[in-house]
Structures are given as C-alpha cells and as structure tokens.
Write a protein that binds this ligand. Structure first.
Ligand SMILES: Cc1cc2nc3c(=O)[nH]c(=O)nc-3n(C[C@H](O)[C@H](O)[C@H](O)COP(=O)(O)OP(=O)(O)OC[C@H]3O[C@@H](n4cnc5c(N)ncnc54)[C@H](O)[C@@H]3O)c2cc1C
Length: 424
C-alpha cells in the first residue's frame, strides 16, 4: 500500500489523507469554517476505520493529491488569518533585537497562506517570511507583511524494506522533528540535532553540521509561488544546493514560500562519527553498541558546550560563512600563517575557518556594551540587550574589514540581512 491515500467523502466537501495504517488527517467544511483533525489511531476502532477507508467500496472515492489540494481552494473558504499591525518581533527572532512589523500574520494552512498572499498583492505590500527567526538580523522596523508559516504535520511514506520518505510541514520546529524521526527509528538526521529554527527554512541555506547537510537526505519540497499562490514541487536538482546555499537564496530569492519538506530516511542509515568531536564524545561506548540516538546525544552535548544558547544571549549562530579560496591563495596564506586551519574541497579550492580568521584578527570576546563577539566562538555575534540591528551590522562590517586587511580574505555573512525599512 502506497501512502498517503487521498479520499473525498461522498456528497460532502470533506476530505481525508490517510498517512499510514495508524494515522490520518481529516478536513471537514462547516460553512466557511474548516475543522481539521490529525488523528493518531491508538485504539482498535480507529484503526478499523482506517482499514475500512482503504477498501475500494464505501461512501467515499479516491482522489489525486491535486484534487485533494484543490478541495482547499481559498475561494471555498473565507480566509481567516488574523492580520495584526505594529507587532514587536524581538521575541520571534533569536537575536532578540527590538523591531516592529508593520503587518504580521501567522498562517497554519495553505488556504490562510494564499489568503495572506492575495491581501499583500492587493495592497502592494512586500513580504517577509519568518520561521523560527534564528538566521536573520532585522536592521530596523520591517515595513512588510511578516508572515509566520506555521503549517504543521509529519507524514511517513515507507519505501523499500528499510526506508521511508518522511515529510514535515514548514512550521514544525526542526529539532523536535529530528527527535521524532529518531523516536520512530528513521535515521539520517541525527547529526543535525539541536539546530534552531523550523523545517521550512532548512533547505533555504541547506543547513549543515557535523559532516551532514540537509541535501544529503533531501527528497523534495513543496513551495507556494508568492506571485500567484501556485503550489510546485522541487526536487534536489531544482533546489541547486550548495554550501549554506540554495536557489532560494539566489535566482529564486523572495519568490517562494516553502510549505513542506521531505527527507529520505532509513532504519539502516550509517552512523557518521568522523567529524568534529563526536568520536571523542562516544569513546566510552563500544563501537558495535553505538546507536543513532548516541550520535544525536553527542552532537547535542557538543553544541551545548560550544554555542551560546539564544535563550540566554541573543545570537543567530555562525554570523559568517567559512570562505573558500583558490589553492594558490591558500598556499600563500599557509606560508605566512603556518597554524592556519585549511580544508581542501573536493570540487577545488580550500575552505578556511572564518572563526579562526576573526579570532586571529583580535575580535574574540570584543564587546560594545550592548553587543559584541562571543568570547568562546568568534564566529558568533551576540546581543546582550539594547542594541539595534544597525549597530550589530556595523560591528559585522568592522569584523569583515579587519579580516580583509589582515588576510586579504573577504568574509560573507551567513545570516540573512533584512532591510525592509518603513517609508510611512
Ligand atoms: C545557536 C544557533 C546555532 C545554529 N547552528 C546552525 C548550524 O549548525 N548549521 C546551520 O546550517 N545553521 C545553524 N544556525 C542557523 C539557523 O538555525 C538555520 O539557518 C535555520 O534553518 C533557520 O531556520 P528559521 O526557521 O529560524 O529561519 P528564519 O531565521 O526565520 O529565516 C531564515 C531565512 O529563510 C526564510 N524563510 C524562513 N522560512 C521560510 C519558508 N517557509 N519559506 C521560504 N522562506 C523561508 C526567511 O525569510 C529568511 O530569509 C544556527 C542558529 C543559531 C541561533
């Protein structure tokens, strides 16, 4: 049996998506209200109901995914997506810097999302998509509709004897999603444990840590075109993943809202322990007894010891990307600075450690009272309280200029710089 199976109930507008033998999603239309139930079948009568619905005969008919999506057409349901005005964003980003959104809405369904897009188009208002706010620096107030995409739900489509395509709504918190896949023994994402943010943003910069990137397990994503609300599926080649990069940060920047992301996971996915301090963390566990959960826990411990917790001090993780330079440049740098860490890349060029360059330029622990450079990890800019986004950006530029002056290497921010200032 291939899941999900989509059904329309006879003589109603109600639809059902059966995600597996023990889970289904049900949508019921009541006037212009939509009732949604995500049902996990723990008892026999519920499981029997799923088995019945999988029979070909009954007061339902099977429909395609497209027909299922169409059943949620915005024309049929009055959008009710709660537009708010002048909303403070400090608590919605991990930098915690004060900034007001001129308009703000949290959307939980495709219908609401399309309603918000139509409103923004009608009023000629720019849009900023917000996930967990862990990879952005707001330079000031945001004269735009800030749209928090909180579409949820996890679906599992078994494939082959040990694999599955596991997809999640854009609004699922990334770490919780990774934990859920591990709970269900779907392996592959364990090295990406504890990365802040939501699933929807994970392909944006092809998040990565400890030798694994999203692209290594990526199956597909569904995205809604901002221009006309059309839903389109992107496979890996269409996403053009690179180091902390994808087509959504380049040619397609600002054109799409990602609503669902799917990953190839496998019960027998190999353990990846060769990167960073994971092997050292697991030294007490005999190699043959190590599990994916052990790797995840090791990654969590390492991250907690190295990176500042945004709940304690505002930050957006690594502020700069690790730069890649041509091998001739790397060689000259190595001669001048023999202790410089260098990582030759498969496709040519040599990657340098931005944190090392910043530290050697004297910035580690630098403080400007309200903000500064983290004292244990020079790659992270921190907000102690009371700074503006502009001030943090000035510091970032000072760091970049000084690294360039000392090493001739141009750093590039990894964090998205948001400049949608008010004009009214
Ligand atoms: C302490 C800390 C550690 C971190 N460690 C890592 C790490 O190890 N590896 C790593 O790769 N990153 C790391 N990050 C960065 C960050 O966690 C990731 O980039 C994460 O994927 C951002 O998710 P988010 O939901 O918070 O995105 P946001 O910050 O909300 O948005 C980031 C960008 O994506 C866009 N966007 C968000 N959601 C959508 C959507 N659904 N559709 C279209 N566009 C969207 C936004 O407009 C914005 O341009 C770290 C951050 C912190 C604070």
């Amino acid at each position: 049996m291939e899941y999900p199976v989509y059904l329309q109930m006879t003589e109603t507008e109600n639809v059902v998506a059966i995600q597996g033998p023990s889970r289904f999603w049900e949508g019921q239309k009541l006037g212009n209200q939509v009732l949604q139930h995500d049902v996990v079948c723990r008892t026999w009568p519920e499981r029997q109901r799923v088995m019945d619905m999988l029979e070909s005969e009954g007061p339902w008919s099977r429909i395609s995914k497209e027909a299922f999506d169409r059943a949620w057409d915005p024309e049929m349901t009055e959008p009710d997506w709660g537009l708010q005005e002048h909303v403070e964003l400090a608590s919605r980003t991990t930098f915690g810097i004060s900034s007001k959104a001129r308009w703000f809405a949290r959307v939980t369904t495709l219908t609401q999302l399309r309603g918000a897009l139509a409103w923004a188009k009608e009023h000629d208002v720019p849009m900023l998509v917000l996930g967990g706010g862990s990879n952005m620096l707001l330079h000031g107030d945001v004269h735009a509709l800030v749209l928090q995409v909180d579409i949820r739900g996890v679906e599992v489509l078994p494939q082959g004897p040990t694999g599955a395509v596991v997809s999640a709504g854009a609004g699922e918190p990334w770490h919780e999603f990774v934990m859920r896949t591990l709970d269900d023994s779907w392996h592959g994402l364990e090295n990406l444990s504890l990365i802040p943010g939501n699933v929807g943003a994970s392909p944006m910069q092809n998040i990565g840590a400890y030798g694994v990137e999203v692209k290594d397990h990526f199956a597909w994503l569904d995205a809604v075109r901002i221009e006309d609300g059309a839903l389109e599926r992107f496979d890996a080649s269409k996403c053009q993943f690179g180091y902390r990069d994808s087509v959504f940060k380049r040619e397609e920047r600002g054109n799409w809202i990602i609503v669902r992301v799917a990953f190839h996971l496998d019960r027998e996915s190999p353990l990846r322990m060769g990167y960073g301090a994971i092997e050292h963390e697991l030294a007490d566990i005999p190699e043959e007894r190590r599990t994916h959960r052990d790797v995840s826990e090791a990654v969590i411990r390492i991250r907690q010891s190295k990176l500042p917790d945004p709940a304690v001090v505002g930050n957006a993780g690594s502020f700069f990307k690790n730069p890649t330079v041509p091998s001739t440049v790397a060689q000259a740098l190595k001669e001048a600075h023999p202790s410089m860490p260098q990582y030759p890349q498969a496709g040519g060029g040599v990657k340098l450690a931005a944190g090392w360059l910043i530290e050697q330029s004297g910035w580690k622990g630098h403080s400007r009272e309200t903000h500064g450079v983290h004292d244990r990890q020079a790659l992270v800019l921190v907000h102690f309280g009371g700074a503006t986004g502009q001030e943090v950006w000035v510091l970032a530029q000072d760091v970049m200029a000084s690294v360039h002056q000392k090493f001739g290497v141009q750093l590039e921010p990894e964090v998205n710089q948001i400049k949608l200032h008010p004009t009214d």
